[in-house]
Design a protein around this ligand. Structure first.
Ligand code: UDP
Ligand code: MG
Length: 326
């Protein structure tokens, strides 16, 4: 392996991309080679593909010293595959993009320029998402507004996973051990000097999007659960509200009906009073659930220690054969 760091590492997660990967690689290789003056590495992380993606990338590695393959032992999901590729990257900057052609390779020089001018995080900002259905767009709007409110973070809508991070950001990113992660949420959480680059997101060239509606909802839920404890507490708050209302009602009824002898003719029946009592007790149960949740969330924050992924195979045939060359 060369002793000097490559200028840029490109991290690409791949899941069942056999149809388009060869063409994608050709285009990516040419673009990054030119943009970095031949100082780069490309890391493909095969996320347990069921097709021949890994074999194709192995073949690419055999003839291209700049390319490495990281093959996970099974499908761990894009976010973890991307983390695996980022962890392996040795460059002074790490550029991450999807392997399905949806992150335009033509924008690479703009990312590198922004970084050279001092940005530590360069983020692709989607300018049009006409290719996405109404439901996906509405879902993404809902996610961003709820997420920002619940976590106090500011995720900018339209930001993509097409990003370049400085090595210093990579080191900080790798110190975050949590599972159920969403890469862009974590990078946003880290802060650093940020610059946005507008990109046009074309439709997928080959294959099918592996993030269906269910996976997207799953991703949104797990980001919520990992970055916010509000869903846990919310029933505690509801309980507090119900109990307070029932308490006030109970006092009002007691005073008006029993002590004063019903001067305003509220005529509360016995079952209405029973209803108020039940409400009061339900509220107390919910509050106690909220308290349990406090402890649960504390534990939950302490237990995110599982490794994010398991690497099955790591290497670059080219590098093994010609270890000393740059
Ligand atoms: N991907 C992955 N593991 C998965 C699903 C997807 O590594 O379980 C990769 C996929 O090959 C692509 C990128 O992540 O390079 C984005 O996936 P996709 O196009 O399915 O997502 P979308 O464009 O809908 O965000
Ligand atoms: Mg895609």
């Amino acid at each position: 392996m060369s002793t000097t760091r490559p200028l840029v590492s490109v991290a690409v997660p791949l899941y069942n991309e056999s149809a388009g990967i060869a063409a994608f690689h050709g285009e990516l290789h040419a673009a990054i080679k030119q943009a970095t003056d031949n100082s780069f590495e490309i890391i493909y992380c095969d996320d347990g593909s069921l097709d021949t993606t890994a074999t194709i990338v192995r073949d690419i590695c055999a003839s291209d010293r700049h390319t490495k393959l990281l093959k996970l032992s099974r499908n761990f999901g894009k976010e973890n595959a991307l983390s695996a590729a980022i962890a392996t990257a040795e460059g002074q900057a790490i550029l991450m993009l999807d392997g399905d052609g949806q992150h335009p390779i033509a924008a690479i020089p703009a990312f590198i320029d922004a970084w050279k001018k001092g940005a530590q995080v360069v983020i692709g900002l989607r300018t049009d998402n006409d290719n996405e259905g109404m439901i996906k767009r509405a879902g993404s709007w809902l996610f961003y507004s709820l997420f920002n409110r619940a976590t106090g973070q500011k995720l900018v809508p339209g930001t993509t996973d097409y990003r370049l991070i400085d090595r210093s950001v990579q080191q900080a990113f790798l110190s975050l051990p949590e599972t159920g992660r969403i890469t862009r949420g974590l990078i946003d959480w880290l802060g650093f000097e940020r610059v946005f680059i507008p990109i046009n997101r074309p439709a997928r060239t080959t294959g099918t999007p592996s993030y269906g509606f269910r996976q997207l909802v799953g991703l949104a839920t797990s980001s919520f659960v990992s970055l916010s404890s509000i869903p846990l507490y919310i029933f505690g708050y509801i309980g507090l509200f119900i109990t307070s209302v029932a308490f006030l009602l109970g006092i009002a009824v007691g005073v008006e009906q029993i002590i004063l002898g019903d001067p305003w003719h509220w005529r509360f029946t016995g079952s209405a009073m029973l209803g108020i009592l039940i409400l009061f007790l339900v509220g107390i149960i919910l509050i106690s659930q909220g308290i349990i949740s406090l402890y649960l969330s504390h534990t939950h924050n302490q237990t995110k220690r599982r490794p994010l992924y398991i690497v099955d195979y790591r290497g670059s045939a080219g590098l093994q054969h010609e270890p000393e060359e740059v």
